[in-house]
Write a protein that binds this ligand. Structure first.
Ligand SMILES: *Cc1c(COP(=O)(O)O)cnc(C)c1O
Length: 422
């Protein structure tokens, strides 16, 4: 990919998504389950750009949403309502109301309190709410503690005993229709064993529910399959699918998967521009124009993204941009940091990079998932532009924010007028 031209055309920091690769990832995922009735519900929170969702919707992807905002995005991007599911521990009354009115496939229920709210709201609408219950299998996913969700100490789902009570309650209710069972033990999973164990455990539980005449149709195995950011182990898609298909032998369920990172992670790049090199007595810093507000994963999870350097063609005679600090010839150890006023604001730590000059590019790979979607305006920084590459052509998917986007609402409240133009 010609990042130098893209950076010139769209400026930096910039997210670039390889849409062809996203399609390929989705289709290979879907194919792995082709022997069975399946519904792949792309987890929107990984990357919720409408064009990305639309690209997947055209391949008949469903959507796994964790807020009503994501449900609306999915619909706007062309995902069919009957392929949309709504998960999350803290759905508000307004969100439940809207989801039921929209008539999406089902809501994944995460507590008895939530089930009661759904029943009440369904009753007020004169509807029968389709639900699935998220069961917490109490299995250690062996991933980063912030993205591990399958242990009883985590806030997610309910234990088997509670789930049984909720299913029996829902079966009797005139306003609830339990049609699915769900689990999701964490994200960036690199070990198949915890997933395989969870599927078996939940499949056994599902059998006991069927025996109680609870008419489940969907078995939702969540998402979480990881990708290689650095040198991590990854789970082979084939093994993943086989473990799930094997555990569900003899059960006539539609399998639902909720992959996010696997679909979009490897297809995204964060393009940043070198502003300065800075050498302290102890360390070399490369300061770029992207920061933790653009890509939060390093600061939040200590994540490591592979990086590549693209140098501008500096003419030999050009001494203007020469870094005045100690001249270096070879690669040396450095941290790549952003302009934000936090010591946690780094994008890469202890990496070997050649000497760089202002204008050179540092590109962070595997930034397609939990990159832009986690970005913020911290330090009153504009969120980056997003660009898609398809069949060799680039196109803008989202404008870089401008100053007015950030302040107009406050300006209007303060002065009754908006003039925060860029
Ligand atoms: C975050 C999440 C996913 C997607 O996780 P990935 O690791 O990106 O595949 C799927 N399901 C639920 C319920 C989630 O919270």
């Amino acid at each position: 990919m010609d990042f130098l031209s893209l950076a010139q055309k769209y400026k930096t920091p910039l997210y670039v998504y390889d849409l062809d690769r996203i399609k390929k990832q989705f289709l290979s995922f879907k194919n792995a389950f082709s022997g069975r009735k399946n519904l792949i519900c792309y987890a929107l929170k990984a990357n919720s750009n409408l064009s990305v969702i639309h690209t997947l919707a055209k391949l008949e992807s469903g959507a796994d949403c964790v807020s009503i905002g994501e449900v609306r995005r999915a619909i706007l991007a062309g995902v069919k309502k009957y392929r949309i599911i709504f998960s999350g521990v803290g759905k508000s009354d307004e969100e439940i109301y809207e989801a039921l009115k929209l008539d999406i496939l089902f809501l994944n229920v995460e507590s008895s309190g939530e089930l009661e709210r759904i029943e009440t709201i369904a009753k007020s609408l004169g509807k029968k709410a389709r639900i699935s219950i998220r069961v917490n299998p109490n299995i250690d996913a062996k991933t980063h503690p912030y993205i591990s969700t399958g242990l009883h100490q985590n806030k997610f789902g309910v234990d088997k005993e509670t789930a049984l009570k909720l299913y029996l309650y829902a079966k009797k209710s005139s306003f609830l229709e339990p049609i699915g069972i769900h689990f999701h033990i964490g994200s960036q999973l690199s070990d198949l064993a915890p997933i395989a164990m969870s599927v078996e455990k939940i499949a056994e539980f599902a059998r006991s529910l069927l025996a109680l005449k609870i008419d489940l149709k969907f078995f939702d195995v969540g998402g979480g399959i990881g990708i290689a950011y650095d040198n991590e182990n990854t789970i082979a898609l084939y093994d993943y699918a086989q473990a799930i298909l094997g555990a569900l032998k003899g059960l006539d369920f539609t399998i639902i998967c909720e992959p996010g990172r696997y679909i979009v992670g490897e297809s995204g790049y964060l393009v940043t521009k070198v502003l300065y090199e800075k050498h302290t007595q102890e360390k070399r810093f490369v300061i770029v124009d992207g920061a933790m507000n653009d890509l939060m994963r390093p600061a939040l999870y200590g994540a490591r993204h592979r990086i590549k350097v693209y140098r501008q063609n500096h003419p030999q005679s050009d001494t203007q941009n020469q870094i005045p600090d100690t001249p270096m010839q070879a690669e040396s150890l450095c941290d790549v940091v952003g302009p934000i006023c936090e010591s946690g604001d780094y994008l890469a730590k202890d990496v070997m990079l050649p000497p760089l000059r202002a204008g050179d590019l540092i590109v962070f790979e595997n930034a397609g998932a939990y990159g832009f979607s986690m970005s913020s305006n911290y330090n009153t920084r504009k969120r980056a532009a997003e660009v898609g590459m398809e069949a060799g052509k680039d196109r803008l998917l989202k404008h870089r924010e401008n100053f007015a986007d950030m302040v107009n609402d406050e300006l209007e409240i303060l002065y009754g007028d908006t003039n925060g133009s860029d």
